[in-house]
Design a protein around this ligand. Structure first.
Ligand SMILES: Nc1nc2c(ncn2[C@@H]2O[C@H](COP(=O)(O)OP(=O)(O)OP(=O)(O)O)[C@@H](O)[C@H]2O)c(=O)[nH]1
Length: 420
């Protein structure tokens, strides 16, 4: 099995105080990946607060505070591992600008955990999180019904929340949903099945995270290799060396494959695929590699290597779902910078087709603007063609971000629905 396949990236989402920090702390703690010194600091802080247990939220919050001293990073990534798998958690602070954070954290995730407080049941944000996760095509969704200890581990409470959420998820076409009752604080159903909930027959959270099948989620069919750098050492030792470096977005590449380069349309065959550690027999997503070709053709940054019979669209009219992330509203006529794969261009918003009410899934075609955290469908015209696919088919070549050219801030995340 390829080395990157035993890794799971997941994101957590929940409203304030649902227990996200406690859950992440618990996972890190129980998988023994907390550094001893951090742990003793947490113990000291917990004792100082008069808690009679180690407050794991302090750990996550402490790490988060460190990160918040830097201003540009919205999402912190944490790592832990079990003998079965490596895990990357995108920890997205819940309160402010949660759409922005969730989009950032979930856009590359294999799985999203949506937390709810068992005492409160589903709230508006739970539906929004579920909607965003499906909009971002996160392949696996977990509804974690937390704080079960505070509802006497009641099956009735759990069933009601689980049923209501499952009905909502059906409307969204969630492809894989798992609902787990747990207590992040007490550790029920986190690593092992809890004796407090004998009526629950599913897996513990960690067992599910270790076993959920993700390798088939990756698109290994459509070859898409956006060129990030052209490497020409210009040294007398390698006078003719020319390589194209980038990250495989989808598909597999190996020596001998016929390829086409867009937008030029020139064709060639792959001479070799190389990494920092030497040549490899095959490259697959998300490997960072350098591709060499058997013909000398003109290729620059932002070009795309694909297969002659399976090419992305070359398009300037882009229809997309947008999550708007800025305080100032998005209106038709606005000009923005667009970043798509390794390509940058400028774009103008031609039309706002509708704004979506995430709770009811109702479309409002009369809407004239998108405000902070709004989701809607827009039409863009770009100055240069994008080499793109529909997001439903390819998360890498179907996604883009919009940037305000005055402030250089990311103000929107887009998922292409069609392009011509
Ligand atoms: N009884 C009980 N309390 C819990 C559980 N999980 C979290 N809590 C408590 O709920 C409160 C909020 O937990 P946090 O982990 O800080 O919540 P959060 O969602 O991360 O909140 P933010 O970091 O502010 O977004 C804390 O007092 C926790 O100790 C649980 O399973 N059972």
């Amino acid at each position: 099995m390829p080395p990157t396949m035993d890794m799971l990236r997941f994101a957590t989402a929940g409203s304030v105080d649902d227990g996200k920090s406690t859950l992440i702390g618990r996972l890190l703690f129980d998988s023994k990946s907390i550094f001893e010194d951090q742990l003793s600091a947490v113990e000291a802080a917990s004792t100082a607060k008069g808690d009679d247990y180690v407050n794991l939220a302090l750990l996550t919050d402490g790490l988060r505070a460190e990160r918040e001293q830097g201003i540009t990073i919205d999402v912190a990534y944490r790592y832990f591992a079990t003998p079965r798998r490596k895990f990357i958690i995108a920890d997205t602070p819940g309160h402010i600008q949660y759409t922005r954070n969730m989009v950032t954290g979930a856009s590359t995730a294999d799985l999203a955990i949506i937390l709810v407080d068992a005492r409160k049941g589903l709230v508006e944000q739970s539906r929004r999180h579920a909607f965003l996760a499906t909009l971002l095509r996160v392949p696996h969704l977990v509804l974690a019904v937390n704080k079960m200890d505070l509802v006497d581990y009641s099956q009735e409470v759990y069933d009601e929340i689980s049923d209501e959420f499952t009905r909502f998820a059906d409307k969204l076409n969630v492809s894989d949903l798992t609902v787990i009752p747990l207590s992040a604080l007490k550790g029920d159903n986190i690593v092992t099945r809890s004796a407090n909930m004998p009526w629950y027959e599913g897996p513990s959270l960690l067992h599910h995270l270790e076993h959920v099948h993700v390798s088939s989620d990756r698109n290994l069919i459509d070859v898409r290799f956006p060129v990030q750098y052209v490497i020409r050492p210009q040294s007398s030792q390698y006078p003719d060396y020319r390589g194209y470096a980038g990250t495989v977005a989808s598909g597999t590449l190996k020596a001998g494959d016929e390829i086409m380069v867009l937008p030029s349309g020139f064709t060639s065959t792959i001479a070799a695929v190389e990494t920092a550690d030497g040549p490899v027999a095959e490259a697959f997503p998300p490997m960072a590699v350098t591709v060499r070709l058997n013909d000398e053709i003109d290729i620059s940054r932002g070009d795309m290597i694909c297969r002659p019979q399976n090419a992305p669209k070359v398009a300037q009219n882009i229809d997309a779902m947008i999550c708007w992330m800025a305080d100032d509203a998005l209106r038709p006529g606005r000009k923005l910078a667009i970043k798509h794969t390794s390509r940058s261009a400028r774009a103008v918003v031609k039309d706002l087709e509708y704004r979506l009410d995430v709770n009811t899934l109702h479309r409002d075609p009369a809407a004239t603007e998108l405000n902070l955290n709004d989701i809607g469908r827009i039409r863009l015209r770009t100055t240069q063609p994008l080499l793109c696919d529909e997001y439903a088919r390819n998360r890498e070549t179907g996604g883009f971000i919009l940037i305000d050219e005055n402030t250089n801030r990311t103000v929107g995340a887009g998922m292409i629905t069609s392009a011509d």
